[in-house]
Design a protein around this ligand. Sequence first.
Ligand SMILES: NC(=O)c1ccc[n+]([C@@H]2O[C@H](COP(=O)([O-])OP(=O)(O)OC[C@H]3O[C@@H](n4cnc5c(N)ncnc54)[C@H](OP(=O)(O)O)[C@@H]3O)[C@@H](O)[C@H]2O)c1
Length: 275
Amino acid sequence: MQHPPILVIGSTGKTGRRIAGQLADLGYPVRYGSRHSSTPFDWDRPETWPAALVGAHAAYISYFPDLSFPGAPEKVRALTQTAAAAGVKRLVLLSGRGEHHALRCEEIVRQSGLEYTLVRAAWFAQNFSEGYLREPALDGVVALPAGNVREPIVDVDDIAAVAVAALTEEGHAGKLYEVTGPRLLTFAEAAAELSGAVGRSVRYQPITLDQFHTSMKEIGGDVIADVFTGICREVLDGRNASLGDGVQRALGRAPRDFADFCAAAAGAGAWSEAA
Ligand SMILES: NC(=O)c1ccc[n+]([C@@H]2O[C@H](COP(=O)([O-])OP(=O)(O)OC[C@H]3O[C@@H](n4cnc5c(N)ncnc54)[C@H](OP(=O)(O)O)[C@@H]3O)[C@@H](O)[C@H]2O)c1
């Protein structure tokens, strides 16, 4: 008998795309969950949720844009209830390290009555190659309100591998995996390592939270600026300057180093202008 499908929410995103790909490579039927998938899933349209969940054995939950956004806990709670009613057995939540709003959502998933695994991730390496820091990296200046704080930047391939293990294997239920890279880096050090990979000089520019808020407001307006400034205030204050053992515990191997990410992303053309 064929394995029932696994729903991947955010299936075109940085984590979800990799998770869907790894699941498909392992032979699992994948139900793609984004606003544009054949069974659409839209966080803002709860009427789309039942069809995406019914018949699925497990679901990977990445919230967009971030669990710190107003309304996220209510939506995550409603999703867990819809999942339970739809017969889903297992939930894997992507959470953010050091974010108190994310803790609230973790607790909702813990209390869902379903099998769950929490994947609490550090700063993504792929923010520099696929996310909102790609353009600044190409322009040669990465400006963040991070001072000299050290961050255990994690490769999203490792997050995906941990999530896939939790979605498909026994032994991960009830676990919290703090998923980080193997090394603490200041953003100045990260920028120096990026320089070689991007093919031009990349430097880190420390800015204040107010300056960050102003720049975010220009890009996305008040709510985006408020929420992302709040996230930076929390996660870049030094509380995350320690390594987590989630990759080792979940996969039995060390996480991938930022230098290896840089080499692999450069090799894949992440910073060629057309990418
Ligand atoms: N970046 C970091 O350093 C970091 C660290 C820790 C945790 N996180 C967490 O990572 C999560 C984001 O995951 P990601 O980076 O893998 O995603 P992402 O790259 O930001 O991609 C977003 C995904 O969500 C989908 N999407 C957008 N709007 C949606 C909506 N209204 N309803 C349903 N789907 C929607 C997009 O597909 P469509 O456009 O096709 O709908 C896409 O698949 C956030 O919750 C964040 O807190 C990030």
